[in-house]
Design a protein around this ligand. Sequence first.
Ligand code: PGA
Length: 261
Amino acid sequence: MANRVPLIAGNWKMNLDHQQAIALVQKLSWTLKDADHDYKTTEVVVFPPFTDIRSVQTLMDADKLELGLGAQDLSKFDSGAYTGEISGAFLSKLDVKYVLVGHSERRQYHSEGDDVIQAKTAAAFRHGLVPVICVGETLEELETEGQSAVPIRQTLAALAGHDNIGEFVIAYEPVWAIGTGKVATAEEAAAVCGKIREALAAELGEAVAQSTRILYGGSVKANNVAGFLRSTEVDGVLVGGASLDAEEFSGIARFLKHIAL
Ligand code: PGA
Protein backbone atom coordinates (compact mmCIF):
# COMPACT_ATOMS: atom_id res chain seq x y z
CA MET A 1 0.00 0.00 0.00
CA ALA A 2 3.00 2.30 -0.39
CA ASN A 3 3.11 5.13 2.19
CA ARG A 4 -0.45 6.17 1.69
CA VAL A 5 -2.77 5.82 4.71
CA PRO A 6 -5.66 3.62 3.62
CA LEU A 7 -9.06 5.28 3.59
CA ILE A 8 -12.24 3.36 4.42
CA ALA A 9 -15.17 5.51 3.31
CA GLY A 10 -18.83 4.74 4.08
CA ASN A 11 -21.33 6.29 1.67
CA TRP A 12 -24.70 6.00 3.38
CA LYS A 13 -26.56 7.37 0.32
CA MET A 14 -30.18 8.38 1.14
CA ASN A 15 -30.42 6.22 4.26
CA LEU A 16 -30.79 7.00 8.00
CA ASP A 17 -32.34 10.09 9.57
CA HIS A 18 -30.33 12.13 12.07
CA GLN A 19 -31.34 9.99 15.04
CA GLN A 20 -30.47 6.76 13.27
CA ALA A 21 -27.23 8.40 12.17
CA ILE A 22 -26.23 9.10 15.77
CA ALA A 23 -27.00 5.52 16.76
CA LEU A 24 -24.90 4.11 13.93
CA VAL A 25 -21.93 6.39 14.56
CA GLN A 26 -21.97 5.54 18.27
CA LYS A 27 -22.12 1.83 17.55
CA LEU A 28 -19.39 2.09 14.95
CA SER A 29 -17.05 3.99 17.24
CA TRP A 30 -17.64 1.54 20.13
CA THR A 31 -17.05 -1.44 17.88
CA LEU A 32 -13.80 0.04 16.56
CA LYS A 33 -12.72 1.02 20.07
CA ASP A 34 -13.32 -2.52 21.34
CA ALA A 35 -11.15 -3.75 18.49
CA ASP A 36 -8.40 -1.21 19.39
CA HIS A 37 -8.66 0.33 15.96
CA ASP A 38 -5.75 2.62 15.13
CA TYR A 39 -7.13 5.50 13.08
CA LYS A 40 -3.63 6.65 12.19
CA THR A 41 -3.01 3.37 10.41
CA THR A 42 -6.40 3.25 8.71
CA GLU A 43 -8.61 6.32 8.31
CA VAL A 44 -12.36 5.72 8.64
CA VAL A 45 -14.84 8.29 7.30
CA VAL A 46 -18.65 8.33 7.11
CA PHE A 47 -20.67 10.21 4.48
CA PRO A 48 -24.17 10.78 5.92
CA PRO A 49 -27.02 12.67 4.21
CA PHE A 50 -26.89 16.48 4.63
CA THR A 51 -29.62 16.56 7.29
CA ASP A 52 -27.55 14.26 9.55
CA ILE A 53 -24.26 16.10 9.32
CA ARG A 54 -24.76 18.62 12.13
CA SER A 55 -25.88 15.89 14.56
CA VAL A 56 -22.98 13.62 13.63
CA GLN A 57 -20.50 16.50 13.89
CA THR A 58 -21.80 17.43 17.35
CA LEU A 59 -21.44 13.82 18.52
CA MET A 60 -17.95 13.45 17.04
CA ASP A 61 -16.90 16.69 18.66
CA ALA A 62 -18.41 15.99 22.11
CA ASP A 63 -17.06 12.45 22.33
CA LYS A 64 -13.78 13.30 20.57
CA LEU A 65 -14.29 10.55 18.04
CA GLU A 66 -11.52 9.95 15.56
CA LEU A 67 -13.92 9.04 12.77
CA GLY A 68 -13.88 11.46 9.86
CA LEU A 69 -16.85 13.24 8.31
CA GLY A 70 -17.72 13.54 4.64
CA ALA A 71 -20.66 14.81 2.56
CA GLN A 72 -22.22 13.14 -0.46
CA ASP A 73 -22.39 16.18 -2.74
CA LEU A 74 -21.89 19.96 -2.87
CA SER A 75 -22.97 22.83 -5.07
CA LYS A 76 -20.68 24.17 -7.75
CA PHE A 77 -21.75 27.65 -6.53
CA ASP A 78 -20.64 29.32 -3.30
CA SER A 79 -23.89 31.08 -2.33
CA GLY A 80 -26.95 32.75 -3.79
CA ALA A 81 -30.27 31.96 -5.44
CA TYR A 82 -29.75 28.23 -5.99
CA THR A 83 -32.72 26.63 -4.27
CA GLY A 84 -31.96 23.31 -2.66
CA GLU A 85 -28.19 23.51 -3.15
CA ILE A 86 -25.59 23.14 -0.38
CA SER A 87 -22.44 25.26 -0.44
CA GLY A 88 -19.03 23.82 0.27
CA ALA A 89 -18.62 26.77 2.67
CA PHE A 90 -21.42 25.35 4.86
CA LEU A 91 -19.80 21.93 4.84
CA SER A 92 -16.38 23.26 5.86
CA LYS A 93 -18.02 25.13 8.71
CA LEU A 94 -19.36 21.79 10.01
CA ASP A 95 -15.86 20.25 10.02
CA VAL A 96 -16.63 18.16 6.97
CA LYS A 97 -13.33 17.11 5.44
CA TYR A 98 -14.29 15.05 2.40
CA VAL A 99 -16.98 15.37 -0.25
CA LEU A 100 -18.04 12.85 -2.89
CA VAL A 101 -18.03 14.28 -6.39
CA GLY A 102 -19.31 12.54 -9.49
CA HIS A 103 -20.80 9.47 -7.89
CA SER A 104 -22.34 7.32 -10.63
CA GLU A 105 -25.80 7.80 -9.10
CA ARG A 106 -25.39 11.58 -9.52
CA ARG A 107 -24.11 11.10 -13.06
CA GLN A 108 -27.03 8.80 -13.87
CA TYR A 109 -30.04 10.26 -12.01
CA HIS A 110 -29.05 13.93 -11.95
CA SER A 111 -27.43 14.11 -15.37
CA GLU A 112 -24.12 15.32 -13.97
CA GLY A 113 -21.58 15.39 -16.75
CA ASP A 114 -17.85 16.03 -16.73
CA ASP A 115 -18.32 19.83 -16.76
CA VAL A 116 -20.49 19.84 -13.62
CA ILE A 117 -18.14 17.42 -11.89
CA GLN A 118 -15.14 19.58 -12.77
CA ALA A 119 -16.95 22.64 -11.34
CA LYS A 120 -17.88 20.78 -8.15
CA THR A 121 -14.28 19.63 -7.79
CA ALA A 122 -13.21 23.28 -8.09
CA ALA A 123 -15.77 24.25 -5.42
CA ALA A 124 -14.37 21.58 -3.10
CA PHE A 125 -10.83 22.94 -3.55
CA ARG A 126 -12.05 26.52 -2.96
CA HIS A 127 -13.58 25.55 0.37
CA GLY A 128 -10.72 23.41 1.60
CA LEU A 129 -12.60 20.13 1.18
CA VAL A 130 -10.99 16.99 -0.18
CA PRO A 131 -13.02 15.82 -3.19
CA VAL A 132 -13.44 12.07 -3.51
CA ILE A 133 -13.83 11.96 -7.27
CA CYS A 134 -15.82 8.90 -8.29
CA VAL A 135 -15.15 7.39 -11.71
CA GLY A 136 -16.15 4.18 -13.41
CA GLU A 137 -17.48 2.56 -16.53
CA THR A 138 -20.85 0.98 -17.28
CA LEU A 139 -21.03 -2.55 -18.59
CA GLU A 140 -21.58 -1.25 -22.14
CA GLU A 141 -18.57 1.05 -21.86
CA LEU A 142 -16.51 -1.84 -20.55
CA GLU A 143 -17.41 -3.81 -23.66
CA THR A 144 -16.89 -1.01 -26.15
CA GLU A 145 -13.97 0.92 -24.64
CA GLY A 146 -12.16 -1.62 -22.52
CA GLN A 147 -11.17 -1.60 -18.88
CA SER A 148 -9.66 1.75 -18.01
CA ALA A 149 -10.47 4.26 -20.76
CA VAL A 150 -13.58 5.71 -19.10
CA PRO A 151 -12.20 5.95 -15.54
CA ILE A 152 -9.09 7.71 -16.84
CA ARG A 153 -11.08 10.09 -19.02
CA GLN A 154 -13.41 10.99 -16.12
CA THR A 155 -10.47 11.47 -13.73
CA LEU A 156 -8.65 13.85 -16.05
CA ALA A 157 -11.84 15.75 -16.88
CA ALA A 158 -12.59 16.37 -13.18
CA LEU A 159 -9.04 17.60 -12.58
CA ALA A 160 -8.65 19.73 -15.71
CA GLY A 161 -8.18 23.49 -15.62
CA HIS A 162 -7.87 24.17 -11.87
CA ASP A 163 -5.66 27.02 -10.68
CA ASN A 164 -5.05 25.32 -7.37
CA ILE A 165 -5.22 21.58 -7.04
CA GLY A 166 -5.48 20.57 -3.40
CA GLU A 167 -5.54 17.09 -1.95
CA PHE A 168 -8.00 14.76 -3.68
CA VAL A 169 -8.96 11.10 -3.68
CA ILE A 170 -10.07 9.00 -6.64
CA ALA A 171 -12.64 6.24 -6.17
CA TYR A 172 -12.81 3.70 -8.98
CA GLU A 173 -16.29 2.24 -8.93
CA PRO A 174 -17.31 0.15 -11.92
CA VAL A 175 -20.99 1.07 -12.36
CA TRP A 176 -21.85 -2.58 -13.01
CA ALA A 177 -20.54 -3.47 -9.53
CA ILE A 178 -22.45 -0.89 -7.46
CA GLY A 179 -25.20 -2.36 -5.33
CA THR A 180 -25.39 -5.40 -7.60
CA GLY A 181 -23.40 -7.91 -5.62
CA LYS A 182 -21.15 -8.26 -8.70
CA VAL A 183 -17.62 -7.39 -7.70
CA ALA A 184 -14.64 -6.65 -9.86
CA THR A 185 -11.86 -9.13 -9.20
CA ALA A 186 -9.01 -7.87 -7.07
CA GLU A 187 -6.80 -8.06 -10.19
CA GLU A 188 -9.22 -5.96 -12.26
CA ALA A 189 -9.49 -3.33 -9.52
CA ALA A 190 -5.71 -3.18 -9.08
CA ALA A 191 -5.12 -2.93 -12.83
CA VAL A 192 -7.51 0.02 -13.26
CA CYS A 193 -6.24 1.82 -10.13
CA GLY A 194 -2.70 1.39 -11.47
CA LYS A 195 -3.68 2.86 -14.84
CA ILE A 196 -5.36 5.82 -13.15
CA ARG A 197 -2.16 6.44 -11.16
CA GLU A 198 -0.12 6.36 -14.39
CA ALA A 199 -2.48 8.91 -15.91
CA LEU A 200 -2.16 11.15 -12.82
CA ALA A 201 1.63 10.92 -13.06
CA ALA A 202 1.57 11.92 -16.72
CA GLU A 203 -0.80 14.81 -16.11
CA LEU A 204 0.16 16.14 -12.67
CA GLY A 205 3.56 14.63 -11.96
CA GLU A 206 4.89 11.64 -10.09
CA ALA A 207 4.73 13.29 -6.64
CA VAL A 208 0.98 13.91 -6.92
CA ALA A 209 0.40 10.42 -8.32
CA GLN A 210 2.33 8.80 -5.48
CA SER A 211 0.62 10.77 -2.72
CA THR A 212 -2.95 10.41 -4.03
CA ARG A 213 -5.15 7.68 -2.65
CA ILE A 214 -7.07 5.64 -5.19
CA LEU A 215 -9.94 3.58 -3.77
CA TYR A 216 -12.01 0.73 -5.13
CA GLY A 217 -15.80 0.69 -4.67
CA GLY A 218 -18.65 -1.59 -5.64
CA SER A 219 -20.19 -4.33 -3.45
CA VAL A 220 -17.31 -4.29 -0.96
CA LYS A 221 -17.97 -6.40 2.15
CA ALA A 222 -15.93 -7.51 5.15
CA ASN A 223 -15.34 -10.87 3.49
CA ASN A 224 -13.94 -9.51 0.20
CA VAL A 225 -12.14 -6.31 1.26
CA ALA A 226 -8.79 -7.92 1.98
CA GLY A 227 -8.46 -9.14 -1.60
CA PHE A 228 -8.65 -5.57 -2.93
CA LEU A 229 -6.38 -4.04 -0.34
CA ARG A 230 -3.65 -6.59 -0.70
CA SER A 231 -2.61 -4.76 -3.86
CA THR A 232 -0.29 -1.78 -3.40
CA GLU A 233 -2.33 0.03 -6.07
CA VAL A 234 -5.55 0.13 -4.04
CA ASP A 235 -5.47 2.55 -1.10
CA GLY A 236 -8.87 1.96 0.43
CA VAL A 237 -12.51 1.33 -0.37
CA LEU A 238 -15.71 3.30 -0.90
CA VAL A 239 -18.50 1.27 0.65
CA GLY A 240 -22.25 1.74 0.11
CA GLY A 241 -24.66 -0.86 1.49
CA ALA A 242 -22.21 -2.49 3.89
CA SER A 243 -21.47 0.86 5.59
CA LEU A 244 -24.98 0.91 7.10
CA ASP A 245 -24.14 -1.97 9.43
CA ALA A 246 -21.68 -1.10 12.21
CA GLU A 247 -20.33 -4.64 12.59
CA GLU A 248 -19.86 -5.13 8.86
CA PHE A 249 -18.31 -1.71 8.29
CA SER A 250 -15.95 -2.07 11.23
CA GLY A 251 -14.99 -5.49 9.84
CA ILE A 252 -14.08 -3.69 6.59
CA ALA A 253 -12.11 -1.03 8.49
CA ARG A 254 -10.14 -3.80 10.22
CA PHE A 255 -9.06 -5.32 6.91
CA LEU A 256 -5.41 -5.35 7.96
CA LYS A 257 -6.22 -8.19 10.35
CA HIS A 258 -7.42 -10.30 7.41
CA ILE A 259 -4.37 -9.43 5.35
CA ALA A 260 -2.03 -10.42 8.14
CA LEU A 261 -3.61 -13.89 8.32
P1 PGA B 1 -22.17 -0.57 -2.80
O1 PGA B 1 -22.07 0.97 -3.21
O2 PGA B 1 -21.06 -0.85 -1.82
O3 PGA B 1 -23.55 -0.70 -2.16
O4 PGA B 1 -22.04 -1.37 -4.04
C1 PGA B 1 -20.82 1.58 -3.43
C2 PGA B 1 -21.04 3.03 -3.78
O5 PGA B 1 -21.98 3.35 -4.50
O6 PGA B 1 -20.26 3.93 -3.36
